[in-house]
Design a protein around this ligand. Structure first.
Ligand code: GLC
Length: 425
């Protein structure tokens, strides 16, 4: 399912999410302000020490591009309210830190220079703004006088601030291709939260029209509590192509390297590069995109885990990206331990496990003109073994009618996931 006004999105299939902000200093999850019930005055002090002297978005853009990513999405403001750009509506910005400069402008310039699409993440929640009402996610949620504090908080004032900041972001930085609003929790029956907020609180209809008016052509996610251009499963892999109300939808899974979006120094539960590549393939085989997150350090660098994951994915993508770009779910059912993706008349068989000698493809007999390993374009011989063939001591028996059998080399190609390219007739 492509987005009619932005076919680039599903063509791309793979993007980079960047969570960066004051929470990179405590380096223990981007929700640290609320997890630790921090007072605003206390948390704000991180701004006095925020000095990302090694910030160089050109290296981020190049790392994304070398990994095969086609778009990048940066947190302009996360739930803690700190703004990476030079907002005129608050002092709580990167400009008022030792670093003293707008961080968004060079980011946008770097992406454009590398030919990448430009994305912004923007938090609807704001735990810093004095008018944002305390709710079950807010750092002040356990205060005995939370209700009294709320008496002086006015959502309408915050809403105006929210819309005003979006206006700045979508006016002052040229063409923006993608906006990820985060998040609504009014109708979450699985995790009910007191004081939950949704479309009426954010003024979602108005906000999405403002977004589209300021940036014709932009794509917007689905977290405003009204439908957007694509849906955003978070930290899970859907079991098949996604649907809403029985209709197929465009989707993008966002995934972390270690469960935290912001830089988390002491969390080493890092997904292997092989697993990340399989997740990308698995998503495309179900018609989805992958937005893979990195959490840069407070000095502005990508850490070793992020760098090596990106390099490893890039190494695989260099030889296999045509099974990813513009590809989607296939019309055939793959054998065990494998995923198909399809682009037009090319079918890609991704082998998550390497079998000995034969792989049998149901329903493909007579439908394939040629087969090759994608990593080196070496021929993969094909045969149909008649159903009535009797198994011998040294010869395999027949396969169900319609099955195509491929003969693989004993040696598995030395790539993270071997792919066989099938040219359909
Ligand atoms: C969330 C979290 C958050 C993260 C995001 C990414 O809902 O609140 O910290 O930024 O999703 O999708």
């Amino acid at each position: 399912m492509s987005i009619p006004h932005a076919p680039w999105f599903t063509e791309s299939r793979f993007g980079m999410f960047i969570h960066w902000g004051l929470y990179s200093l405590p380096a223990r999850h981007e929700w640290v302000m609320t997890n630790e019930r921090r007072q605003t005055s206390d948390y704000e002090r991180y701004a006095d020490f925020f000095d990302p002297d090694l910030y160089d978005p050109v290296t981020w853009a190049r790392a994304a591009k070398a990994a095969g990513m086609k778009y990048v999405v940066l947190t302009t403001k996360h739930h803690d309210g700190f703004c990476l750009w030079d907002s005129k509506l608050t002092d709580y910005t990167a400009v008022n830190t030792p670093y003293g400069r707008d961080l968004v402008r060079p980011y946008v310039d770097a992406l454009r220079a590398e030919g990448l699409k430009v994305g912004f993440y923007h938090s609807l929640l704001d735990w810093h703004h004095p008018d944002f009402p305390i709710d079950g996610h807010h750092p002040r949620r356990d205060d005995a006088d939370a209700a009294e504090q709320n008496a002086t908080r006015d959502m309408a004032v915050y809403r105006e601030y929210l819309h005003g900041q979006v206006r700045e972001l979508l006016t002052d930085y040229g063409k923006i291709d993608y906006l990820f609003y985060d998040f609504s929790y009014a109708n979450d029956v699985q995790h009910p939260v007191w004081g939950a907020k949704g479309r009426d609180d954010w003024g979602s209809e108005e906000l999405i029209s403002l977004t589209r008016r300021l940036q014709p052509g932009i794509i917007v996610n689905d977290r405003l509590d009204i439908p957007g251009d694509f849906v955003t499963p978070e930290q899970y892999q859907p079991s098949g192509p996604m649907e809403v109300d029985g209709r197929p939808v465009t989707w993008e899974a966002c995934q972390t390297l270690n469960g935290s979006w912001g830089y988390f120094r002491d969390n080493h539960t890092i997904k292997s590069t092989d697993l990340l590549i399989r997740m990308l393939i698995d998503g495309v085989s179900k018609d989805g995109n992958l937005l893979l997150n990195v959490g840069p350090t407070a000095r502005g660098t990508l850490d070793g885990a992020a760098t090596s994951a990106l390099e490893g994915i890039g190494e695989w993508m260099r030889l296999h990206d045509r099974s990813i770009y513009g590809a989607g779910a296939a019309e055939f059912v793959p054998p065990a331990d494998a995923r198909y993706t399809q682009r037009g008349s090319r079918l890609y068989l991704h082998l998550f496990a390497w079998p000995f000698e034969h792989v049998h493809l149901p329903g493909l007999a007579g439908k394939v003109a040629y087969a090759q390993l994608l990593n080196d374009a070496s021929e993969v011989p094909m045969a149909e073994i008649a159903p009535d063939t009797v198994a011998l001591t040294t010869g395999a028996g027949g396969q169900p009618a319609g099955t195509l059998t491929l003969t693989l080399p004993v040696l598995r190609p030395d790539v993270a996931v071997p792919v066989i390219e099938l040219f359909l007739v």
